[in-house]
Design a protein around this ligand. Structure first.
Ligand code: NAP
Ligand code: MN
Length: 265
């Protein structure tokens, strides 16, 4: 590779942030990095903000496989943000590279109605847009599994397991485990409707198909991480663990389990 030191910074500009950006620019220069204004020219894409900003940085730059993504937080340390904008020394330490390792985050491939395809890093969610419930036929590898009726369903990645999935009482999943997890949002369970009721962790080689039952309330909202899809009328969502991963650098003493412990215990 001729040039692996082009850095693109993804952030919402503010007067507060600007001096920090200047400082980072100076440090980067010292270590031979160059800031670029077009993310297509970058080898390293750094988000500045929280986990939400990291998710946006990846989505807006199209889940590039040939880039390293780096999360720099501006508040508390998050799950995708290993570096702290108020600890520029720590960032320098990281740049010296023996203290960091490359880590690969699994993602999901989602296809809506056979054509609209996108990736997710946290989860794909499908939710009723109105107060009424809606129904989904769930298929796993072509096996009809259950019919869900309720507010919606969430399919999360291992790194997404600490986000929406956790609020739905899903399990926290070690990102080394290639898998996806299906959780329910308020399912109806009675003599008419029956679903598993517990989170379902599926192996990375399964395919999950969610078919929206066309019964009047068939315009649910589909979410890809922190963005809603513009498709308003969808019939079928196919979800698989992707072959593509997000490459990120993380500090050696900041493992997934350490993050879980720091955030929840
Ligand atoms: P948000 O509503 O501002 O964020 C919700 C919280 O989730 C924030 O504290 C965010 O951290 C945190 N978060 C994001 N990804 C995480 C992860 N992988 N592990 C642990 N915490 C995580 O929206 P947002 O910041 O744009 O984040 C989008 C995510 O929010 C979605 O992907 C979904 O997982 C989650 N969400 C949760 C619920 C729920 O729990 N009821 C509902 C909708 C969406 P930061 O403050 O660092 O950004
Ligand atoms: Mn946020």
């Amino acid at each position: 590779m001729p040039d692996r030191k082009n850095v693109y910074l993804f952030y919402s500009p503010s007067d507060e942030l600007e001096p920090k950006i200047q400082e980072m620019r100076a440090i980067g220069k010292k270590y031979g990095f160059r800031l670029v204004h077009d993310f297509n020219e970058a080898n390293i894409i750094a988000s500045i903000g929280g986990d939400g900003a990291f998710l946006q940085a990846i989505r807006k730059t199209n889940f590039r496989e040939d880039c390293l993504y780096v999360g720099i937080n501006t508040g508390r340390l998050g799950f995708y943000t290993d570096f702290d904008i108020d600890n520029l020394e720590g960032i320098q330490e990281g740049l010296r590279s023996d203290n960091v390792e490359v880590f690969k985050y699994p993602t999901l491939d989602v296809t809506v109605d056979g054509s609209n395809t996108f990736q997710c890093l946290n989860e794909c969610s499908i939710r009723s847009q109105i107060i009424k419930t809606f129904a989904i036929d769930v298929y796993i590898d072509d096996l009809y599994f259950e019919t869900f009726r309720g507010d919606g369903m969430v399919v999360s990645t291992p790194t997404g397991s600490t986000a929406y999935n956790k609020s739905l009482r899903g399990a926290i999943v070690d990102p080394r485990l290639k898998s996806m997890q299906l959780t329910e949002i308020s399912s109806l369970n009675n003599n008419e409707y029956r679903t598993l009721g517990s989170p379902l962790l599926l192996s990375g080689d399964r395919e999950l198909v969610l078919k929206v039952v066309q019964d009047g309330n068939d315009h649910p909202i589909i979410g890809a991480d922190n963005e809603a899809l513009s498709i308003r009328h969808s019939h079928e969502i196919r979800i698989k663990v992707s072959d593509k991963v997000i490459k990120t650098v993380k500090l050696k003493n900041n493992s997934f389990l350490q993050k879980v412990k720091r955030s929840f215990l």
